[in-house]
Design a binder for this molecule. Structure first.
Ligand code: UDX
Length: 451
């Protein structure tokens, strides 16, 4: 099928590239000239494992092309994806400017082209409940043409987005037109293993499903972070707790890792949006408030723990931060726990050095010269009073800890992602403070008293 994808940001680019890889002819539209130039050369403006290879392959075989013109992209398109940004406004509501403008441009293009197809407009962007219906009727009002609108929320995780797209747990399509459902079913056919993974529902259910899924996942993390406090205080191990409850089929093992808090472009934004849509109907959603409060205080508590356990005043100390991205395998720092933690450390008077494998340039824009930027994690640790791990890059696990322990001012590690191996810490004489797990102090396993 001929497909147009309007907006080649993170979601749009993954969608366009993956749809091309399953046999569709896809034209991506990107208005940012710089981004477009890179795409035309076969480079991805975002870091996402597996994406560049697939992109270059699809460009080379002609299944994928890019341009700046919506009109041109829509010439033969049966399906048009709207994948433009829907950023949060400071009050938690969603900024719909780009989506509305893109929808209007698509309708204008339809009028110009006079396509023979019944075009299906697919809203990929995460939007507040009610948006697709509103968009459909407002576009209908201003256009005599026939078209259909469906909501098709994305469930892509950064770092595994290509795989998530090509092997989805489910595909959700919200709308009112059986014809649109049939077209979407045909479009996604190569990805559908069993019929019950292709779910159709009304617009509102599809929109709410996206928010509900992310709120549910975020709540599991916040729940485990609460549990980590009890584990610290009572001498339990939050990892054992995770295995213990995760092996119950009704609970399942995913998204139960305690840590310094969740970040990224989705969870914080979608939980905030859930709070907003609750408030819009006059409902005070205590559940989402709790998720947010816990996530915020987890970062503060982490820095308080550093202050208490460092063994010297935080002010004037040198803390090396390993990991700035909101999670491993990405250069994305949006809502990353590292932002709050570094800010608190600086407020506490610490000298902060920072290292990351991908996200250093992005974080440099936030903290400029307030932080010392280090290319080498081992050199970053030399002379430091503690290392604070904020992203679970697997490379940190294979560091030369003997050398690190010997060159630090004092060998102390605060592991905000519970990603290091305790025995390795013990063997190398490192005082080790994970989250919700027994600490290692003076090479003796003791009960944490961080609270
Ligand atoms: C998330 C959703 O998983 C995805 O379905 C949606 O489409 C977009 O939002 P993403 O933001 O890429 O994906 O990352 P994810 O892997 O879900 O992690 C989000 C945050 O939660 C990260 O900061 C991560 O470190 C944290 N996390 C995740 C935990 O603290 N514990 C866990 O057990 C899992």
């Amino acid at each position: 099928m001929d497909v147009a994808v309007i907006g080649c940001g993170y979601v749009g680019l993954v969608t366009a590239t993956c749809l091309a890889s399953i046999g569709h002819r896809v034209r991506g539209v990107e208005k940012d000239q710089k981004k477009l130039a890179r795409l035309l050369e076969g480079y991805s403006p975002i870091f996402e494992p597996g994406l560049v290879g697939l992109l270059q392959e699809q460009l080379a075989n002609g299944s994928l092309s890019f341009g700046a013109s919506i009109n041109e992209a829509m010439r033969d398109a049966e399906v048009v994806y709207l994948a433009v940004g829907t950023p949060s406004k400071p009050d938690g509501t969603v900024d719909m400017t780009y989506l509305e403008a893109a929808g209007k441009e698509v309708c204008d293009a339809l009028a110009t082209i006079q396509s023979d197809y019944l075009v299906t407009i697919v809203v990929k962007s995460t939007v507040p409940v009610g948006t697709n219906r509103k968009l459909y009727y407002s576009l209908r009002q201003n256009s005599k043409l026939e078209f259909q609108v469906v909501s098709n929320p994305e469930f892509l995780k950064e770092g595994s987005a290509v795989n998530d797209f090509l092997e989805p747990d489910r595909i959700i399509v919200g709308g009112e037109s059986p014809e649109a459902f049939r077209i979407m079913r045909r479009l996604y056919d190569p990805l559908i293993k069993t019929e019950d993974t292709f779910l159709t529902m009304n617009w509102e259910s599809a929109e709410l499903t996206k928010y509900a899924a992310n709120t549910m996942l975020a709540s599991r993390i916040s729940f485990m972070n609460e549990m980590s406090i009890l584990c610290d205080a009572y001498g339990a191990d939050v990892e054992d707790l995770r295995k213990g409850i995760g092996s119950d089929k009704r609970i399942g093992p995913a998204f139960l890792r305690a840590g310094v808090g969740f970040g990224g472009s989705c969870f914080p934004k979608d939980v905030a949006a859930m709070e907003h849509i609750s408030r819009a109907i006059g409902h005070e959603n205590l559940f989402v408030e709790a998720i947010q409060t816990i996530n915020k205080s987890q970062k503060r508590r982490f820095v308080e723990k550093i202050g208490t356990k460092l063994g010297r005043p935080l002010a004037g100390s040198t803390i090396t931060v390993w990991g700035l991205a909101f999670k491993a395998d990405t250069d994305d720092i949006r809502e990353s726990a590292a932002i709050d933690v570094i800010r608190y450390l600086l407020e506490g008077g610490a000298n902060v050095r920072a290292h990351d494998y991908k996200a250093m340039d992005n974080m440099r824009e936030v903290f400029t010269d307030q932080v010392e930027w280090m290319q080498d994690p081992v050199a970053a640790a030399a002379g430091a009073d503690a290392i604070a791990i904020l992203t679970d890059w697997p490379q940190y696990n294979t560091m030369p800890f003997r050398k690190i322990s010997a060159t630090m001012n004092q060998p102390v590690i605060f592991d905000g992602r519970n990603c290091l191996i305790r025995d390795v810490m013990r063997e190398n004489g490192i005082r080790y403070y994970p989250i919700g797990r027994p600490v290692i102090e003076s090479n003796v396993r003791v009960r944490s008293s961080s609270r």
